[in-house]
Design a protein around this ligand. Structure first.
Ligand SMILES: Cc1cc2nc3c(=O)[nH]c(=O)nc-3n(C[C@H](O)[C@H](O)[C@H](O)COP(=O)(O)OP(=O)(O)OC[C@H]3O[C@@H](n4cnc5c(N)ncnc54)[C@H](O)[C@@H]3O)c2cc1C
Length: 464
């Protein structure tokens, strides 16, 4: 007899984020990660599971423990001295903005290169033996993967954000193996860190060896088709491409003017795609993983430190980029301050309001509008994980057309791409034009409204 497990309870309900922690923890090695036809990365079952085993569900960030961030965070940070709590940011000791002053880290990093700075510092100072982060593979089938990196050059080569599905199954299994008694720092998106912390509760070896976790603030994760779309837009065939860079920094007047670049295995470089050309694809959630619709963690609340872009006018003007940080672990706060003293990083404290302001789009979507999405799920009897936010019918009413349009875009961008593989890009774009018009209109009217309220912003509107 088969018991409840992650495939029937999570994957089949469209709630898998593809973290792979279930596969890495499965005691019978019964799960492996693979591509679904719709472009999502999910666990696939090899054989029947023993009926009593629920490990995969217990470690799943969208499983029955889905509202456990607060409990896990309290366990980890609740006892620290002079720590504060914010409903949206989670626990925090301090909040910073800055950038790395170490050779090339800022240039090669997504924002200010501080995530790489922290990993390298931890390794150089012998606080960890290896970093667990995401590196390019050079293979078209899986462009990026999690790996265990124990050399600073490898950590540096892994810099940059990958808006691409990756999974932790192999690294979790390796960190939890009998032999591998090392100390690790793991980088991950909010849901990945939650799965990892759930696994650490179950597995003493993992708990002992994962010394720190570092979170990446997250708006949402798109599936594999997002990258295929960008590759086609750059004039190349996804089957030929072995390397992509989502955030090439260009010397313009804004950090947000980064570009996407794809390179084929025989060295051909595609046309660079500026973010401004695809911003609606990102913002409107094309190819988005469905589970992200039910996430309420923006700032990776379980990370000992979380990193994000400094999307604020005072920092955005510098195309080299700034990192913003929420620090929760006293050790990492101390390492940052030491770095500042030694001039290996440029760092200063900022009020938490600045952090919230820089991510106001994410906060609005994952907290306010989430209540409307949860209400929609309730009235349609759609199974969703239990969240910290309550369903709210008034929010649903207020944002109804926006919510419904985004769902339609997410669903049909995946089914359309699965069918056509973007062989006719003009056709693909045209088929979404009508759907997107209300969203584009709402963004434009919000801007106009802002300008009418604060006429000085007219200047900014044209600068963009
Ligand atoms: C899917 C996704 C969505 C994001 N959404 C937002 C957002 O809404 N707002 C915001 O401010 N910031 C967001 N970020 C974070 C932002 O893009 C930067 O990663 C962050 O600011 C750190 O920049 P840095 O220059 O300090 O890091 P870097 O020095 O560039 O180092 C980044 C580190 O993260 C690792 N990494 C890259 N991609 C992944 C991945 N997919 N999973 C796990 N580790 C990875 C790299 O291996 C590297 O070690 C997102 C990142 C991702 C991957």
């Amino acid at each position: 007899m088969m018991g409840k497990q992650v495939i029937s309870e999570v994957v089949d309900n469209g709630l898998c984020v593809g973290c792979g922690i279930c596969a890495g923890c499965c005691p019978s090695k019964n799960l492996h990660m693979g591509w679904e036809e719709n472009g999502d990365l999910v666990p696939l079952q090899i054989r029947d599971c023993p009926s009593h085993c629920r490990v995969c569900l217990e470690v799943c960030p969208f499983g029955p423990q889905s509202n456990s961030e607060e409990r896990l965070a309290k366990l980890r940070f609740g006892k620290a001295v002079e720590i504060y709590q914010c409903q949206k940011i989670g626990w925090y000791l301090d909040t910073f903005v800055g950038y790395s002053c170490i050779d090339g880290q800022r240039d090669n990093g997504t924002s200010g290169g501080m995530a790489t700075w922290m990993l390298e510092t931890l390794l150089k100072e012998n606080i960890i033996d290896a970093a667990i982060c995401v590196r390019p593979t050079g293979h078209q089938e899986r462009l990026f993967q999690y790996d265990i990196l124990d050399k600073t050059t490898d950590i540096r080569n892994a810099a940059g954000s990958r808006y691409y599905p990756v999974d932790m199954s192999e690294v979790v299994a390796r960190m939890n193996s009998r032999e591998d008694e090392r100390r690790y720092c793991v980088v991950g998106l909010p849901c990945f860190l939650k799965g990892l912390h759930l696994a650490m509760e179950l597995m003493p070896r993992l708990r002992r060896r994962v010394i720190y976790t570092m979170g990446l603030t997250c708006g949402h994760l798109p599936n594999r088709f997002y990258t295929e779309y960008l590759i086609r837009l750059s004039g190349l065939d996804p089957e030929d491409v072995c390397l992509t860079d989502y955030r090439r920094k260009v010397n313009t007047n804004r950090a947000g003017n980064y570009q996407f670049r794809a390179i084929t295995d025989d060295g051909r470089v595609g046309k660079d795609i500026p973010f401004s050309r695809i911003s609606n694809i990102w913002i409107d959630g094309y190819f988005q993983i469905n589970a992200c619709n039910y996430c309420d963690d923006i700032f990776a609340e379980l990370g000992d430190i979380s990193f994000m872009d400094a999307w604020l006018p005072e920092y955005e003007r510098d195309p080299k980029g700034y990192s913003m940080m929420v620090v929760r672990h006293p050790d990492l706060a101390e390492i940052l301050l030491k770095g500042k003293k030694r001039n290996t990083c440029h760092l200063f404290s900022i009020p938490k309001q600045k952090i919230l302001q820089s991510q106001k789009g994410g906060v609005h979507n994952k907290r306010t509008v989430l209540a409307g999405r949860l209400f929609r799920a309730k009235i349609k009897s759609i199974r969703v994980p239990h969240k910290r936010i309550d369903p709210d019918g008034n929010i649903f009413k207020k944002f109804r057309w926006q919510i419904e349009t985004r769902y339609k875009i997410q669903r049909s961008s995946k089914t359309n791409w699965q069918r056509t593989k973007g062989k006719n890009m003009v056709e693909f774009q045209r088929s979404f034009l009508l759907l997107s018009i209300p969203l584009i209109f709402s963004r434009l009217s919000a801007r106009v409204f802002r300008v009418l309220k604060h006429p000085s912003k007219l200047f900014l509107l044209f600068k963009r």
